[in-house]
Design a protein around this ligand. Structure first.
Ligand code: ADP
Ligand code: MG
Length: 728
């Protein structure tokens, strides 16, 4: 008899097992049983073809209505039209004329493939299929390998749904009685089936209600396990002992506040207090600070860093890109003024040594910074991932500040942690508003603070959509507007989605051929690219203005020079990719034109436009797009234009993105254990799971009385660690 840990080659045969591993990373019975059906087709009912979505991998049960064989360009094309009685779908086979003898009008079968579009009609090209044996009753034929409800699995063309079904059936049949890690108290309270029954019912339901109940239980499992893991992490953090970082004489903080040209907002005062409290504790702070672009997070973080330096420790600020690290470096030096002592070795002056450490520094400079970090001369170091590289050691790292969490993984934070003598305090900043349930799951081991208000006196940003398709003349008007802005002494950003377009432009003929083959040719579609747009504008609409280009492929000293020149007003128009997305702060920039704006996500657009309207003049943002007026893209752009509420836009964004994008790669890997739980949808369930997890942990933090549950959590922990190792 097999257990959940049994490896698939032992029950399936090597070839099938290899395909399962290759297609879905499935290697054990447990993983196979957690490859859940997407939906169920009821025996005797054909699939509703009108509901199929483009790009979806589908398995449908349908009847062949017509078959046509024709020739084009020396190829044979077999076109089969299937129907569910109302809607139709065409299946296309190239150079497979021999299939004509099987695919006869009137026959019913299962067809699997990816829904594509050709000539405006949905189709499957080269679908995998299994015909119901001729003359047999459809119901009975399907009943042979499934019950009344035929599960439809996520499938690939190599591994269609019915093959998955056969594997699952073998696995279930060979499985012995398995222990249930969920405490009986919980299963009873919720009337959940036990684990084995849940697996059986979700894969081979006796009725849809039991299937749903099984699904509920397995979803709850995911939420509960995650909440227990996070709960244990919180307990671990609280169990760590570190140095409290409360300065005896907060000299730097006092000087800094004296020099600040503004007073804190109410939110900043509150968060400052909270952080002070956190830093005074004997276990490390783990705090997420969220707030709109411009809400003043960096100022709060800087105060915390100074406070740690005042108490004798060091602080690091990690930025997601070099441009941002450089900018933080400039801003911080500006705010610190005379307090900052840059690059001076062993100085006796009163103040703080601040350094910028990035991957592109010459080795000698890096080495010098490494030495001064190790001997404690440097108080604050700002940099990118390069900081985490080998060779960096601190004298006494007290605080890690991470800017823009969504580009940083948990594992990167951990990598820095091991460089400290005492576990450092951690402050993570993000401008992407995080919905409550995402905060509870993905960031569940962090405390959260939010800056809700922007500093007063902030000017508004007006956003307009420029629809090139509907009103081609408006684009010329937009460039005119740029000239006017520059004439007023202001500066302008122009953002494009690409650095350059692929060299190889497909000819009309090649595109036609690709279409004929049903191949993906969209990747070759041209978009506005910085390297093409800049010369166009410089010799055309923006002739005579001082134009510069900024993108990620440039050497970093060039990027730095360009950003410095732009902030000093030596450049009128900066044509850039999204490298300017987060944190770039040039108050004199008053206008932004975003080309092919529909290529960007809602939150990304919001972040981008946050670069303007940071000074005294109102910001203007133009979203240029070729999308048609009724398209979804255009609706998204209109939504961005209609509100400045970051939380509202984040909600719209999240609704449109896939869950995996929300959770970040580390949480959505092929082996992620969140298969059923939808963080955005299952709010009530997550609440319930968290409550339950806290209850369990409060009486038995190590789960000594629930060994099966403990083992399951341990597996999860190891899986997560393994995913980290895979990537590093
Ligand atoms: P964030 O990091 O949240 O985007 P910053 O800390 O960079 O925000 O602040 C954005 C701008 O607002 C900076 O120029 C900063 O100096 C300024 N600022 C920060 N706090 C205040 C405040 N309380 N009053 C006025 N201006 C502020
Ligand atoms: Mg910032």
């Amino acid at each position: 008899m097999a257990t959940l840990a049994t490896r698939l080659p032992n029950i399936l045969g090597d070839r099938t097992a290899a395909v399962l591993e290759k297609s879905f990373g499935i290697t054990t019975i447990n993983e196979l049983l957690r490859h859940y059906p997407r939906r169920y087709v009821v025996r005797g009912e054909l699939t509703d073809i009108s509901k199929l979505l483009v790009d979806e991998d589908v398995t449908i049960l349908a009847e062949i209505e017509a078959v046509k064989l024709r020739r084009a360009n020396g190829k044979s094309i077999l076109e089969v039209v299937v129907t569910d009685g109302s809607a139709k779908l065409s299946l296309t086979f190239f150079n497979q004329a021999w299939r004509e003898k099987d695919l006869k009008t009137g026959r019913v079968g299962l067809f699997a493939g990816k829904v594509g579009v050709f000539n405006g009609k949905r189709q499957l090209s080269h679908p995998d299929f299994q015909l119901i044996p001729d003359g047999e009753n459809v119901d009975e034929a399907i009943a042979e390998f499934a019950g009344k409800f035929l599960p439809v699995y996520p499938a690939t063309s190599k591994l269609p749904s019915w093959k998955v079904l056969q594997c699952v059936k073998l696995a279930l049949d060979s499985l012995e009685d398995i222990p249930d890690y969920l405490p009986e108290e919980i299963t009873k309270q919720h009337k959940y089936p036990n684990l084995k029954t849940a697996f059986e019912e979700i894969h081979q339901p006796s009725d849809l209600e039991s299937a749903e109940n099984a699904r509920q239980r397995l979803t709850f499992d995911e939420a509960l396990l995650l909440q227990i893991l996070l709960g244990q992490r919180r307990l671990e953090i609280e169990g760590l002992s570190t140095r409290s970082r409360t300065p005896n004489s907060p000299f730097l903080v006092a000087e800094f506040e004296e020099n600040l040209p503004f007073s804190y907002t109410k939110g900043q005062i509150e968060v400052n207090k909270q952080i002070e409290l956190d830093l005074s504790r004997k276990f490390p702070m783990h705090r997420l600070l969220q707030g709109e672009v411009g809400s003043g997070k960096t100022v709060v973080a800087l105060r915390a860093m100074l406070s740690v330096v005042d108490s004798g420790g060091q602080a690091v600020l990690l930025a997601p890109t070099e441009v941002l690290a450089q900018q933080h470096f400039r801003t911080i030096n500006k705010i610190l003024g005379d307090l900052a002592i840059i690059g001076s070795l062993g100085s006796n002056e009163i103040g703080i040594q601040v350094e910028l450490l990035t991957g592109s520094l010459p080795t000698s400079k890096k080495k010098e910074i490494h030495t001064r970090l190790a001997n404690g001369e440097i108080g604050i170091v700002i940099g990118t991932h390069a900081l985490i590289s080998e060779g960096v050691a601190f004298s006494d790292l007290g605080l890690v500040v991470v800017d823009e969490q969504h580009r940083f993984g948990v594992e990167q934070r951990d990598a820095l942690k091991v460089k400290a003598k005492y576990p450092p305090h951690l402050l993570v900043m993000t401008a992407t508003p995080i919905p409550r349930t995402v905060a509870m799951t993905v960031f569940g081991d962090l405390d959260i603070s939010t800056l809700r208000e922007l500093p007063s006196g902030r000017v508004p940003i007006n956003t307009h959509v420029v629809s090139v398709l509907e009103k081609p003349l408006f684009l010329a008007r937009a460039w005119q507007r740029v000239r006017e802005e520059v004439a007023k002494g202001h500066q302008v950003y122009v953002v494009a989605p690409r650095i350059s377009n692929p060299n190889k432009k497909l000819s009309e003929r090649e595109i036609a051929a690709a279409r004929l083959l049903g191949e993906e040719y969209l990747d070759n579609e041209q978009m506005v690219a910085v390297e093409e747009l800049a010369p166009d504008l410089a010799t055309g609409d923006l002739k005579g203005l001082k134009i510069a280009v900024l993108h990620g492929r440039q050497p970093s000293d060039l990027k730095e020079q360009t950003m410095a020149a732009f902030s000093q007003g030596q450049i009128d128009v900066l044509i850039a990719t999204t490298v300017i997305e987060v944190g770039v702060d040039v108050p004199n920039a008053s206008m932004m034109v975003i080309m092919d704006a529909d290529r960007f996500g809602v939150s990304q657009l919001h972040q981008l436009r946050g670069r303007v309207g940071r000074g005294k003049v109102a910001g203007l943002c133009l979203l240029v797009s070729n999308a048609s007026e009724e398209s979804q893209s255009m609706q998204r752009l209109n939504a961005v234009a209609s509100t400045l509420d970051g939380f509202e836009l984040a909600r719209i964004d999240l609704e449109q993105r896939k869950e995996g994008d929300v959770l970040g790669k580390s949480q959505s890997g092929g082996k992620s254990h969140l298969r059923l739980l939808r963080v955005l949808r299952d709010e009530e369930l997550i609440d319930r799971a968290k409550e339950m997890a806290n209850k369990i942990l409060s009486i038995d933090p190590r789960l000594n009385r629930l060994p099966e549950l403990r083992d399951e959590i341990e597996k999860l922990r190891i899986d997560e660690a393994a995913r980290f190792m895979d990537k590093s």
